[in-house]
Design a protein around this ligand. Structure first.
Ligand SMILES: C[S@@+](CC[C@H](N)C(=O)[O-])C[C@H]1O[C@@H](n2cnc3c(N)ncnc32)[C@H](O)[C@@H]1O
Length: 203
């Protein structure tokens, strides 16, 4: 099954709050974004899924928010949940490793739990190229993956786990690591997963 078919099936079969990565609010993501942005910043949430980060960004006054996901079902679910507020968001259904985003457009790139699914080095390289192309020089890239003690699989797919050093190494010297933090995420089923968050500045 290709990646898009996999994720469409996940979102067709599971309620938004019945997936392991569900949190009512992505507090850590929001805090990291707020630290490096202003209300006019152009923000892209890569692989936003059905998360409420977009709701929270809008309610905090952000005016230029893009949500990209490989799953059309996830994007449609967000639009439904947000109602008329969804018209204030740019929506993209795309594979981040294959799509062509516009150049030097985003001030902040956010990804929670997408990069770690890229097990092929060529996909990781395509992702990093995309981030380097689409984020403005001086912009920020915030990426969250499973940490060194996190699960080895998610949603039935193999993942790559990272610590701050190994994640930063994937991005290279043009991304300056500003900070990293770990989070113990409690899944809706009561299990604990270690996440790592890294915030980098694009130089
Ligand atoms: C584990 S979920 C995380 C969703 C959301 N970021 C969150 O934290 O709640 C991974 C998301 O990435 C999307 N995704 C997976 N591979 C992708 C790709 N190559 N390009 C774009 N989105 C992708 C999936 O459809 C899914 O919504």
């Amino acid at each position: 099954m290709d990646a898009q078919a996999h994720w469409e099936k996940v979102y067709a079969e599971k309620a938004p709050n019945a997936v392991s990565w569900y949190r009512p609010h992505l507090e850590t993501s929001l805090a990291l974004i707020e630290r490096v942005s202003s209300r006019g910043s152009a923000i892209i949430d890569v692989g936003g899924g059905e998360s409420t980060l977009v709701d929270d960004l809008l309610s905090h006054g952000y005016e230029n928010v893009t949500v990209l996901d490989i799953s059309e079902k996830a994007v449609d679910a967000n639009k439904q949940r947000l109602g008329s507020a969804s018209e204030r968001v740019h929506w993209l259904v795309a594979d981040i490793t294959k799509s062509e985003l516009p150049r030097s457009t985003y001030d902040v790139w956010h990804d929670r739990a997408v990069f770690h699914f890229l097990t092929a080095p060529s996909d990781r390289e395509a992702y990093v190229r995309q981030a380097a192309y689409a984020v403005k020089p001086g912009g920020y890239v915030i990426v969250s993956t499973f940490g060194p003690e996190g699960p080895t699989k998610c949603s039935g797919l193999e993942v790559v786990r990272y610590d701050a050093e190994s994640l930063h190494r994937e991005f290279g010297v043009h991304f300056r690591l500003l900070e990293s933090t770990k989070e113990l995420h409690q899944t809706p089923f009561g299990t604990i997963q270690q996440f790592l968050y890294c915030s980098c500045r694009v130089e």
